[in-house]
Design a protein around this ligand. Structure first.
Ligand SMILES: Nc1ncnc2c1ncn2[C@@H]1O[C@H](COP(=O)(O)OP(=O)(O)OP(=O)(O)O)[C@@H](O)[C@H]1O
Ligand SMILES: [Mg+2]
Length: 229
């Protein structure tokens, strides 16, 4: 499903200095696997998710997801991949401020060509699963950080993505709501073939995932058996 080979990503800072965010990372993940990634701040976790989501390109190396070699794909193939194959929960939410939670959650379906009615029904389902039924018609600035985070999770799952990339999806949540988010992930995982990769700072949450990878200084440290090469 996911094959990452010798991927390097270097950022150029304004002062000309180079930051090597990822260094020669190689990893294979099977379709339908569920993996937690932990590691200290700045070790490259978000950078890796952005590359997997085709939001960014590596300087070197190859990433193939579902048979699509991302670096060789055309811009329209990459757009389609982002829209159809991937669901992303960003570290900083990225909900659209002028739309209600429900409209935000329905958006991936609308962009994917679903009609308004179908999109709304499915979005209500996800909003309810996320425990946000009463907040569905509020704007993002009218709800709490934890509620925003759950809405972001609902939005990432609404179109049943094959690959779910979640960057600290439980970071702002108390343990009851963190459990709710994890339950959502488990639901989506059992519902179909979703491959799930979740970055977390919580070892407790990582321990609840079947696979656990650790990163440090732009590289993978330890690996679950048979997963990374
Ligand atoms: N746009 C950028 N320009 C320059 N450097 C960047 C940029 N984005 C990230 N970096 C640097 O790349 C490294 C990896 O960043 P990344 O965001 O992947 O870390 P992270 O593991 O997600 O950290 P955190 O746990 O704090 O979210 C860091 O040193 C960071 O400062
Ligand atoms: Mg990050």
């Amino acid at each position: 499903m996911i094959k990452i080979s010798h991927v390097t990503r270097t950022y150029q800072e304004a002062n000309g200095r180079q930051v090597r965010a990822l260094q020669d990372v190689s990893l294979n993940l099977e379709a339908g696997s569920m993996t937690a990634i932990t590691g200290p701040s700045g070790c490259g976790k978000s950078t890796l998710l952005h590359l997997l989501g085709a939001l960014d390109q590596p300087d070197a190396g190859e990433i193939t997801v579902n048979g699509i070699a991302l670096q060789h794909a055309t811009e329209s193939q990459r757009t389609r991949y982002r829209r159809e194959t991937v669901g992303i929960v960003f570290q900083f939410f990225h909900l659209l401020p002028g739309m209600t939670l429900l409209e935000n959650v329905a958006l991936p379906l609308i962009l994917g060509g679903s009609g308004q009615a179908v999109a709304t029904v499915r979005a209500v389902e996800l909003i309810s699963l996320a425990g946000l039924r009463e907040k569905a018609n509020r704007l993002p600035h009218e709800v709490s950080g934890g509620e925003l985070q759950r809405a972001a999770v609902a939005r990432a799952l609404v179109h049943r993505p094959r690959l779910l990339l979640a960057d600290e999806p439980t970071g702002n949540l108390d343990s009851a709501n963190a459990t709710r988010v994890l339950d959502l992930f488990h639901n989506i995982h059992q519902e179909g073939l979703a491959t799930i990769i979740m970055v977390t700072h919580s070892r407790e949450i990582a321990a609840q995932m079947p696979n656990h990878l650790e990163m440090a200084d732009g590289a993978l440290q330890s690996m679950a058996q048979g997963m990374a090469y």
